[in-house]
Every structure is written in C-alpha cells, then in structure tokens.
Design a protein around this ligand. Structure first.
Ligand code: XUL
Ligand code: CO
Length: 441
C-alpha cells in the first residue's frame, strides 16, 4: 500500500479562502470571513466550525438499497492501524484546507473496532497518540468526542438502557475509553447521543427502570471524567426517533426535565441538531429557545432535513431563513456554552466528485455566516427587539411587575380582573415580525 504520512488526498484543491459575495470561485467562501468582527467577536470565535469525522471520512454513501459510492483510499489498507493513520492524514488535510479549527469523532470512527475489547483499547491508544501529533502540527482542536454505542449488534436493545446489565457494563467500558481519548486530546466537550436508548415496543419495555439506569450511567461517566480532571461540558443530543421508534432524549424540553430529575443539570448541556428538531416536529429555533431559557444551549450539530419527507437526511445547511432565525436566538443567548457548530451532515450519495465535500462545507459555513450577519443586523438596527419587548411591557411596572416578583396571590388577580372589566385586544403582529426578517435577508 501507499506510503502513510506524506500523501495528498484532496489533490488539486488548495486552501479555501474568503473572497466575498462577488466571487464566482466555487471553492471560496462568500460570507464566512473568519477574522471579521460581528457583535464583538470574530466569526471564527462565534461559530467554531467542526468537521464530523464519521460523515466526511467514514461514510461512503451506503443506504438500505445499495452500497457506498465513495471509494476512500484510506479504507483500502487492510491493517487497521495503517487505515486509521491514513484516514487521520486525509482528515487533517481536509480540515486544514477548509481553514476550520475543530473536529468531532466517535471512538470507532478513528480506528476499526477489533474482535476483542482489549485489542480495541490498544488500537485506540495508538491512534490517539498519532492524532496528538497531527493536532499539534496543525493547531486543529477537538470540539467533542463520543462513543458509538449504537452500531454494534450488542447494542440492539440499547446501551445504558439495555435490559441486560452486561451490555450496560460493556457500554460503560467503552465510554471510559472514549472519555480517556477525549481527555488525552484536550477535547473541549463530550457528547452522549442515545441512538438506541429508547424502545421499539412498549410491550417488552420498563420505561422507569431504563430511565433510572440511564440517569445513573451518565452520573457515573461524569464522576469518572471529573475525577480525571476533565473540565469540559457534557452534552446530551436530543432526537425523537430513528433508529428506535421512540428515543428517551426526545427533544430539548424532555432532556432538560431528565437532567434536572437525575441531578445532572450542572454538568450537562444540550447539543441540538437541526434535523433532529424537525423530526420532533419543532424548528431548530424552538429547540434553541428552550435550551437557552434553561441556560443549557451548549452546541449545535448543523444540517437540515428534506422538508418533504420525515427522514434524518443529514443534508448540509442551506436554508438562510431557518439559520437566520436560529442565529437570532444564538446571539440573544450570548452564543453557545462551550460548544461550536459541527457539520453533522453528509454529501448526497450521488455527489461523487472530490470537490463535492468542499462545496458542501463551504455552503454550510457561508449559510451560518450569512445567518449570523443578518441576525446581528436585525437585533441592532431593526425594530425587532423593541417590538418583542413591547409585548411584555405590562410586566415591567406596576401590578405586572409585582406578579413577576411573586407578590400577588390569586385574590389580587381577582380584584384586578374585577376592576379591569373587558380588556382591549393586543395584536401579536406575526406578519410584521415575518416581514422584518425577510427585509433584512
Ligand atoms: C445521529 C447523530 C449522531 C450524533 C453523535 O443522528 O446525530 O451522529 O451526533 O453520535
Ligand atoms: Co448529531
């Protein structure tokens, strides 16, 4: 096999630079200008773009009806360590050419899982050492790591919520190794996505015991990582279904309640994904508002669904209106707590040119940069904020303020109702709000 270490995988494509919206170079950013200041920070600092190892360097485009369409040269190595090192070389070449600062991984994205647990552990040690050097040389950082506790057949009935304790323990061992890898690579956060934590049928499921197990499992993982000196944030990534019929981390509101119930609220925040929000019949902005209202807006998995079907299609973000609305919430919340914007997105199965994965990430970054710029203008120059505040003005003084301060009881409300009689209608002005957004886009 070819040499590892000095091979160029994305030949003919150089570093992607900002050229402005007049540029017709498809391999340039039109809006994402990393060092441009917006609302007191550079775009780079606000957005913290990350490349998802699993989609960009592992996913070859297989679907239930056919095999992959990508032929990654690094997958051709039969030795798992050679393959992992070649994949890391390609990954760091790509991330560096994109000019992004971060990446994210699942444990077995980095290296193929072995037959035995201890051989997997030793493979992970080897590739983590290799990644350490690549990170040092490139200055690329780890936004978050996670463990894939959903693909292997052993997890078909769940990991932390599996009715078989031995499977739960195996998942615990795997999470320990993934946490060790994340800590060794100075990971800024650690993610739990409970892909199989849920049920296919209620007939064979004890929800109460499964949720208790999940709460205890997460607390155990937190305690271990904190003891090892991990200072980052843990994220739960809500998703209502797929692969299971129902998943316990259904949406932001469900997860906030779960974290509070199991005493995890001080260490855990949310990693929200656009296509997961739409699968839960919410918008991304809704999920972000719920998280922000609870001080838990941690990180974003950026993608989009196809609005004509109900699948998790993980397409690259390109909907300016959707992202602008999300960025309004983002700026109002003061940004993300610890996280960044991870492109949890894949190119289409029939996008098979070398440049396609660059176009995809350029488009995604430009959509977020544009959304950020528009949102900032809306918040600083349009009547949007004052219009919204005005709707609640009756709580700013007098009896409304006393109510907010907990000074009124139900009899007080009764007295006010009696004096007031019928109340004039106050318009919600939805159409005006919508017009303002479109005017600034
Ligand atoms: C699946 C998904 C995962 C998580 C990490 O829908 O989003 O890739 O982001 O396990
Ligand atoms: Co995700």
């Amino acid at each position: 096999m070819a040499l590892i270490g000095n091979r160029e995988y994305y030949k003919g494509i150089g570093e992607i630079r900002y050229e402005g919206k007049e540029s017709d170079n498809p391999l340039a950013f039109k809006y994402y200008n990393p060092d441009q200041l917006v609302a007191g920070k550079t775009m780079r600092e606000h957005l913290k773009f990350a490349v998802a190892y699993w989609h960009t360097f592992c996913g070859v485009g297989a679907d239930p009806f056919g095999p992959g369409t990508q032929d990654f040269p690094w997958d051709r190595h039969s030795d798992p360590i050679d393959a992992a090192k070649a994949k890391a070389d390609a990954a760091f070449e790509f991330i560096t050419k994109m000019g992004f600062d971060y990446y994210c991984f699942h444990d077995y994205d980095l290296v193929r899982e072995a037959e035995s647990f201890s051989e997997s552990e030793s493979r992970l040690h080897t590739i983590v050492d290799y990644l350490k050097d690549k990170m040092k040389a490139s200055k690329v950082k780890l936004l978050w790591g996670t463990a894939n506790c959903f693909s292997n057949a052993r997890y078909m009935n769940g990991a932390a919520t599996n009715p078989d304790f031995n499977v739960l323990a195996r998942a615990g061992g795997q999470v320990k190794l993934a946490l060790d890898a994340t800590i060794a690579l100075n990971g800024e956060n650690y993610v739990f996505w409970g892909g199989r934590e849920g049920y296919m049928s209620l007939l064979n499921t004890n929800i109460k015991r499964e949720l208790d197990h999940m709460g205890r499992f997460l607390a155990t993982a937190r305690d271990y990582a904190r003891k090892k000196g991990f200072k980052g944030t843990f994220f739960i990534e809500p998703k209502p279904m797929e692969p299971m019929k129902h998943q316990y981390d259904f949406d932001a509101a469900t997860v906030v309640g779960f974290l509070n119930q199991y005493g995890l609220q001080d260490d855990f925040k949310l990693n929200l994904e656009v296509n997961h929000a739409t699968l839960a019949n919410h918008t991304m902005q809704h999920e972000m508002e719920v998280a922000a209202a609870n001080g838990m807006l941690g990180s974003i998995d950026a993608n989009r669904g196809d609005y004509q079907n109900g699948w998790d299609t993980d397409q690259f973000p390109n909907n300016i209106t959707e992202v602008t609305e999300a960025m309004i919430t983002f700026l109002q919340a003061g940004g993300l707590q610890g996280g960044g914007i991870n492109f949890d997105a894949k190119i289409r199965r029939n996008s098979t040119d070398l440049a396609d994965v660059f176009y995809a990430h350029i488009g995604g970054a430009d959509t977020f940069a544009r959304g950020l710029l528009i949102a900032d203008k809306i918040l600083t120059s349009s009547p949007y904020t004052s219009l919204r505040e005005k709707r609640y003005a009756s709580f700013d003084t007098g009896k409304g303020l006393e109510f907010e301060e907990g000074k009124l009881d139900l009899n007080d409300l009764y007295d006010i109702a009696k004096i007031n009689g019928e109340i004039p209608l106050q318009s919600g002005k939805q159409e005006l709000f919508e017009n303002i957004i479109n005017q600034y886009i």
